[in-house]
Design a protein around this ligand. Structure first.
Ligand SMILES: C[S@@+](CC[C@H](N)C(=O)[O-])C[C@H]1O[C@@H](n2cnc3c(N)ncnc32)[C@H](O)[C@@H]1O
Length: 213
């Protein structure tokens, strides 16, 4: 889906992916990653996810990256703390408490801006991207993260209609193919399918080796 289409979705309120509570797989599995309070968490393609508030409540500074300024403004409006605004390169940024949301394209976020990151969280980011872009996403994420960086990934398979998207159906073997070169990957859980045949898998990842050239 092109940038314009995501912006149109936000403008028209077509955000069925947004959840009104933190994801229970995040709350259940995050502690097992061993991320310490104070470790900064990257949340690519973050929308206005309440998962970021949950991560902040665990003591993590959060850096969310999102194309839509509407999503970011809605997130900030739903919070109570004051908001400060600044720019970082091409990104327009807002900070509320220990949550920073940068508005712009994840693929334009570069290594020099990623120095303080110690962890990451992907729910509905990988699966928001078409097949050709998923490869680029996995590589870009690996480039941004130092060896040892830990993350939680929630992927999704659509058992009834695996074609089309978003959300795109991403089989477990594709997740392994995409990440295995640069991450130690552990499959934590496959959840029962929902009524529409969508089934989530939960993964822990640890960035290994040197940054790819
Ligand atoms: C399926 S939603 C998931 C949002 C969030 N992770 C959640 O769980 O609610 C995908 C989000 O990624 C944003 N997005 C899509 N492509 C992007 C890109 N290249 N860079 C930054 N954000 C992007 C969209 O605007 C949308 O808000």
């Amino acid at each position: 889906m092109a940038t314009d289409e995501w912006l149109a979705r936000w403008k028209e309120g077509r955000i069925g992916f947004h959840r009104s509570a933190p994801h229970d797989a995040l709350m259940r599995h995050w502690p097992s990653l061993g991320a310490e309070p104070g470790d900064k968490v990257l949340v690519p393609l973050c929308g206005k996810s309440l998962d970021m508030r949950w991560l902040a409540e665990q003591g993590h500074p959060v850096l969310g990256l999102e194309l839509s300024s509407l999503a970011i403004e809605q997130f900030m409006a739903e919070g109570e703390a004051p908001v400060s605004r600044y720019t970082q390169g091409a990104f327009s940024c807002c900070r509320q408490g220990c949550i920073e949301l940068w508005c712009g394209d994840f693929f334009h976020f570069h290594t020099a801006q990623a120095e303080e990151l110690s962890a990451f969280y992907d729910r509905a980011a990988l699966i928001a991207l078409p097949e050709a872009t998923r490869q680029r996403y996995a590589f870009h994420l690996a480039q941004l993260l130092l060896p040892g960086t830990r993350g939680l990934l929630i992927s999704l398979m659509d058992m009834h209609s695996p074609e089309g998207g978003p959300p795109y159906s991403v089989a477990d073997d594709e997740v392994e193919r995409l990440f295995a070169a640069n991450f130690e990957l552990t499959h934590l859980e496959t959840r029962p399918p929902d009524d529409s045949g969508k089934q989530e898998s939960v993964w822990s990842l640890i960035r290994r080796g040197p940054r790819p050239a």
